[in-house]
Design a protein around this ligand. Sequence first.
Ligand SMILES: *[C@@H]1O[C@H](CO)[C@@H](O)[C@H](O)[C@H]1NC(C)=O
Ligand SMILES: *[C@@H]1O[C@H](CO)[C@@H](O)[C@H](O)[C@H]1NC(C)=O
Ligand SMILES: *[C@@H]1O[C@H](CO)[C@@H](O)[C@H](O)[C@H]1NC(C)=O
Length: 366
Amino acid sequence: MSKFSFLFFCLIITVVSFGGIVNGHGGSKVGIYELKRGDFTVKLTNFGARIMSVVLPDRNGKPADVVLGYDSIKEYLNDSRYFGAIVGRVANRIGGAQFTLNGIHYKLDANENQNMLHGGKRGFGQVTWKVEQHVKDGPNPFIVLSYYSFDGEEGFPGNVFVTVTYALENPYKLRVIMEAEALNKATPVNLAQHSYWNLGGHNSGDILSDEVQIFASHYTPVNKQLIPTGKILPVKGTPYDFLKSHKVGSMINELSDTMGYDINYALDDCDNEEDEDMRLAAVVYSNKTGIEMKISTSAPGLQFYTANYVHNATGKGGYVYQPHSAYCFETQGFPDAVNHPNFPSTIVNPGHVYTHYMLYEFQIKE
Ligand SMILES: *[C@@H]1O[C@H](CO)[C@@H](O)[C@H](O)[C@H]1NC(C)=O
Ligand SMILES: *[C@@H]1O[C@H](CO)[C@@H](O)[C@H](O)[C@H]1NC(C)=O
Ligand SMILES: *[C@@H]1O[C@H](CO)[C@@H](O)[C@H](O)[C@H]1NC(C)=O
């Protein structure tokens, strides 16, 4: 079933990518789109290809919305926290907002000190995507969004055609398929899904007592500006060790410099038994709702972020989000890979397609 529908979506995307280039990209309006499969509902907007809500029943059958967000499009247009967004062209930080590729030096739009974060001021999370296809309900609800990124956008080389598909599968699975074709020049591409999860419910307070397991024996340490030093170090004996499931808050106070977790893990090769294209990245559980989420990915890295810089953010239903009100599990290539030849390459050559597959599997436990 899962294998079949996966191939089915790949097929759709292949068809869509050609149509998308031919038809161009103008005239898309920002809207809200729903995917619904029984009591599992995901709301999205094509502004930033963002997830606005993920609702499923908790252990008592009560609907829980497990991502942070806003009620209205207007608030998303003004959002500086990337709530629910697909971030790119290059997710995470690029040190000094520059890199050299094939002998050409590229200067990028710096939007965090002198560095670039999540693709610049107007990255993929801040642009309007085109809705290519939308099937709201039935056994395989899905939406396909596309964006045509032009040569020189935020300083990046070459035209890139990007699609993201969100699909619901039986019973509580959310699949994300990200693809990006470099059309005429070599360019770095690194996309990440930036939802702020709180499995206790978006309005349930902090996530410090939730249990997290991250399948990574190594991480990439960073300097004060959160730029990787280039080292890949064992997590053993550090507060970054989540190899065994434990509470998010149990060692978080040792990370006073960053006020919590904001670090990239080099994922181990733990196969997801149901899908050999992906590795198991993390498992999260909240005892408040009994909801567990398992994240699998085809990407080599995972940025674990505990919403350290979210202060007084008025979100859905007027609820005010504070630091540690959510966790992000941004599977992706390693940060600043363009400046670290020892990291897995994020370069896509012309005519080649970047792919990043993700699967969120939810389970309701006692
Ligand atoms: C936009 O966001 C800023 C802070 O990020 C906030 O101060 C301002 O009130 C917001 N404006 C609107 C119209 O929501
Ligand atoms: C989980 O929460 C229940 C109350 O809902 C409590 O009785 C129980 O001790 C908690 N379990 C753990 C492991 O914290
Ligand atoms: C958040 O709001 C409280 C109460 O209004 C205020 O005291 C505090 O300074 C605010 N924090 C930030 C970081 O804006």
